[in-house]
Design a protein around this ligand. Sequence first.
Ligand SMILES: NC(=O)c1ccc[n+]([C@@H]2O[C@H](COP(=O)([O-])OP(=O)(O)OC[C@H]3O[C@@H](n4cnc5c(N)ncnc54)[C@H](O)[C@@H]3O)[C@@H](O)[C@H]2O)c1
Ligand SMILES: O=C/C=C/C=C(\O)C(=O)O
Length: 469
Amino acid sequence: MLTHFIGGEPVGAGKTFPVHDPVTGAVIRQVHEADPEVVDRAVRAAREAARDWAALPVGERAGWMRRLAEGIEARFDDLVDAEIADTGKPIDQTRTLDVPRGIANFRAFAEIAAQRPDDAFHLSGVLSYTVRRPLGVVAVIVPWNLPFLLMTWKLAPALVAGNTVVVKPSEHTPGSAAVFAEICADAGLPAGVVNIIYGYGSSGHLLVEHPGVDAVSFTGSTRTGTAIMNTVAGRVKPLSFELGGKNAGLIFEDCRLDRAVEGTAKSVFTNGGQVCLCTERVYVQRSIFEEFCARLATRAQEFEPQPMISKEHREKVLSYYALARSEGAKVLTGGGVPAFGDNRDSGYFVEPTVVAGLSEWSRFNREEIFGPVCHVAPFDSEAEAVDLANGSEYGLAATLWTGNLDRAHRVAQRLEAGLVWVNTWYLRDLRTPFGGMKLSGIGREGGVQSLDFYSQPTTITIRLEQPDV
Ligand SMILES: NC(=O)c1ccc[n+]([C@@H]2O[C@H](COP(=O)([O-])OP(=O)(O)OC[C@H]3O[C@@H](n4cnc5c(N)ncnc54)[C@H](O)[C@@H]3O)[C@@H](O)[C@H]2O)c1
Ligand SMILES: O=C/C=C/C=C(\O)C(=O)O
């Protein structure tokens, strides 16, 4: 039974809900669900801890971040196990991406914060400088696809900037957050600096609307982002939103085809397509279209299927497979449910899928699916490729494959996306701005952009005595 972590203590109040193993569908844990009383208790604990935490020198908070990174290292295997149990992710990915990024997130923000200078401006005897102070209590609401990576990506900068936090992980993936609560307690982190509560969207709603919450940092769907924005509008709480995507991949005839096929396959099928950065629209220059499609379809068949997070999400993805057919698509590979002949048949798997032949205006090509699936379409000119990529209401990420350096820069700078990868995908430098345009989000996190969101400046202006010379 997982209990909330509030004021440094386990709190086991409230109703409970089950978490399922996506590989087999079996119930693997029961978790307490945060009701209004629990949410209030967590926010109060965070408020009580806020003043002392904010008063620590940033170097000391950076020291805490390094200790948390060490704590994660010490519990590495437990975190891997918890993450795999809740998500069914491949162990290789969990050991090389999800958990290491938790460590890297704390280390990176410790350095960035400790080294950041404040601004100062001097002009004609007027000196202005800024001091930054934390926002107070930040609600951190995160999804199920990269649970530990995304939680720590927000926690580290929020904490090092001097805020205290109440985190609500996804109802599907509380396990790694529960291990992290133990890490905070074992490290001796002051009580109330990190509070973790569990529950569905209804618990998240109670948290963001609580008057003791000063700001909301949210990663999840555009639909939930809209709901949160409405909830907090009356109190004009600062929001950071990392939302959905409908990301394009552009494959030019001058690319290294083997790398483009492999990279595109990874960008479509990694984590079962359940990464906001995954490619769902692939545009290929006509001269190499047939060959590229054939090779991508072959590569899709080799991918070890990863389960969808839940029965409902699997139904959603399968409904898009059906939609593709009803909208007139040609299915190049997949489109169904794999049969294993063992207990995985009661899990939440779908086949990696590639389809073609749909209009840009089809629902399939406009809506985020969040599964191991893409649509492939040909283009004739660079200008057309850019227009096709930009013809989406989303603007999170884009990937382009070309051997022409001029083209790479020209196209990358014209794409309406917060992130553009050239001849690679999901390669990260944690100091860079991360986030999306249009329906994909508000603001950027990463590096000093995170510190800017999780703090607010006061500008102090002083008229200096003019020297008598
Ligand atoms: N841009 C990014 O960096 C990024 C990263 C990962 C995932 N995502 C997006 O996340 C989505 C998949 O995750 P999901 O299905 O868990 O998203 P979701 O929006 O359904 O849920 C995200 C979180 O919000 C909570 N929540 C739901 N309703 C709420 C409400 N009314 N008020 C407050 N909290 C509420 C959920 O319980 C969960 O913890 C996809 O759209 C994906 O693109 C974006
Ligand atoms: O599913 C979305 C992935 C988001 C990734 C990050 O926020 C990151 O790598 O920092």
